[in-house]
Design a binder for this molecule. Structure first.
Ligand SMILES: Nc1ncnc2c1ncn2[C@@H]1O[C@H](COP(=O)(O)OP(=O)(O)O)[C@@H](O)[C@H]1O
Ligand SMILES: [Mg+2]
Length: 247
């Protein structure tokens, strides 16, 4: 379980997150929806300390971090709690698919080479890339690169998987494949994930809880049915209306 309290984040003077409070339970599949610029990516990045929150606390099992006084060793610990799949796949372009998945284990986690290689093969199977293992990322399609990104995130062994608009760079016919990949990952083992997506189908199929982020705050959160009903909230209703037009 991860508990986030009063999380604030800003770029220069531009306040983006204005006090986020939420609890992420083991096995949760949380979808974050909200208008462009509402702070969705910033929220995911702050969970992985890829941006530096200015205030707030992060609590998880044996770790309690106050962002105002975070230490280098706490930064390392917080980063190990989650793994992010990026909007643009940030893969090592000069490394093969296999190496992209292997390196988080050998370099970052110091897992012995034979064990890491065995697991990298297992991950390749999970993400359906065994036959592409010796290719370089630029030789792959967007959908395949996305799978490498997910494979690499799995190799980090973090309890929380963060997915930022995983379908946004995919051709429409590839979205179904990514959806079934994520569903099969969920079936294989209990996984906790936070997903940012503008795809209503994706959100409906995966999420058990939805957060509506609006201008840097959680305006509403709840079950799929509650949020997709509009929750009698005119801001959410308008957002959903526009989203349906775009879907
Ligand atoms: N690295 C950055 N430097 C300055 N401003 C940023 C940076 N990243 C995001 N922003 C600004 O912060 C706000 C929230 O951005 P973001 O978290 O990316 O929103 P979302 O993912 O919901 O579209 C936007 O106004 C965006 O322009
Ligand atoms: Mg974003």
């Amino acid at each position: 379980m991860i508990e986030i309290k009063n999380l604030h984040c800003q770029y220069g003077d531009h306040k983006v997150l204005k006090g986020i409070n939420t609890t992420i339970k083991k096995g949760d599949k949380i979808a974050i929806i909200g208008p462009s610029g509402s702070g969705k990516s910033t929220f995911l990045k702050s969970l992985n300390y890829l941006v530096e929150p200015t205030m707030g606390t992060f609590e998880s099992e044996n770790l309690k971090v106050d962002f105002e006084s975070i230490s280098p060793s706490e930064i390392q610990k917080i980063r190990m709690k989650s793994a992010m799949v990026f909007q643009q796949h940030e893969l090592f372009l000069n490394k093969t698919v296999f190496e992209n998945i292997l390196l988080p284990m050998t370099v970052v986690q110091n897992i012995p080479m034979d064990k890491a290689m065995k697991e990298a093969h297992e991950i390749l199977e999970k993400v359906g890339l065994v036959d592409k293992k010796d290719k370089y990322p630029l030789m792959l399609s967007g959908g395949e690169q996305q799978r490498v990104g997910i494979g690499r995130a799995l190799a980090v062994h973090a309890p929380l998987l963060l997915l930022d608009e995983p379908t946004s760079s995919l051709d429409p016919e590839l979205v179904g494949g990514l959806l079934s990949l994520i569903q099969s990952l969920n079936e294989q083992e209990e996984r906790t994930m936070i997903l940012v997506s503008h795809s209503l189908n994706f959100v409906k199929e995966i999420a058990n809880r939805i957060i509506f982020l609006y201008e840097g705050e959680i305006l509403l959160e709840g079950s799929r049915d509650y949020i997709f009903s509009g929750a009698s909230n005119p801001i959410l209703e308008k957002f959903l209306y526009n989203l349906k037009l775009a879907n």
